[in-house]
Design a protein around this ligand. Structure first.
Ligand SMILES: [Zn+2]
Ligand SMILES: [Zn+2]
Length: 236
């Protein structure tokens, strides 16, 4: 399968990633992607950038090295009410946002509490994607999550980095099997994300392929297959 978009990547600004914006775009262009999304960690992530960085992103061109570029943020869910960490002034001009749970920004609650936080975050006006909801550190009611994703028109991410054996997430594989089956059941679309923190990983979805095959996941529910579909679904 050819994927044309990678809408979850990080640069030096995130504090624990290692390439510049230009290097990430060039890598995407060399890998024949048609669009890349740069989504730095919002400020609650230790070591990440500040609100002015996000406020100023609108000065950057949305086309470079022959491909399209969009600028967003990976918002941190910072409490069990689903509050995220950018103020309206700072997310107003962003193209889109991902909302994610990270143990560095929130102590996990009960399954019910984590699920509530995710459902609330989906109501954020810029959130189009729930990032890596497969992390077993945050037990989640996946049936409730997927049904709400359908209702709120939010995409569920299948994150290539979740399957990195040296990564920080746990039980991702078992959880993703469950998530993908529910997406099929309810007709909810997914977005593949590399979550690249270095240029070599841009557009790399090789780890997700195996699990997609395993559940025989239908191609028409994978947004990354078409540029117009990506732009349409992210409203960018
Ligand atoms: Zn993340
Ligand atoms: Zn990320």
């Amino acid at each position: 399968m050819k994927y044309v978009a990678d809408m979850h990547t990080h640069t030096l600004a995130s504090g624990h990633a290692y390439n510049t914006i230009n290097e990430m775009i060039r890598a995407a262009s060399e890998k024949k992607l048609e669009i890349i999304g740069i989504t730095e960690h919002a400020p609650a992530m230790p070591g990440s950038t500040n609100v002015y960085y996000f406020q100023n992103l609108n000065i950057l061109e949305r086309e470079k090295y022959g491909i399209e570029v969009r600028y967003g943020a990976e918002l941190n869910i910072i409490d069990l009410k689903g509050t995220t960490d950018l103020d309206p002034r700072s997310y107003r001009d962003l193209d889109y946002c991902i909302a994610s749970l990270h143990t560095t920004c929130l102590v996990p609650g009960t399954k019910k509490e984590n699920t509530y936080a995710l459902l609330q975050a989906m109501q954020h006006p810029k959130v189009r994607i729930i990032g890596h909801p497969d992390d077993g550190h945050f037990p989640t009611d996946y049936e409730a999550l997927i049904k709400e994703a359908k209702a709120q028109d939010v995409l569920i991410e299948l994150n290539n980095a979740s399957f990195n054996p040296r990564g920080f997430r746990i039980q991702a594989y078992e959880n993703d099997i469950q998530i993908l089956k529910l997406c099929v059941k309810y007709g909810v679309e997914i977005m593949l994300g590399s979550d690249a923190h270095r240029e070599e990983d841009v557009g790399d979805f090789t780890r997700t392929e195996k699990i997609l095959k395993e559940v025989d996941f239908p191609e028409e529910l994978i947004v990354n297959c078409s540029l117009s579909y990506v732009k349409n679904r992210l409203r960018v």
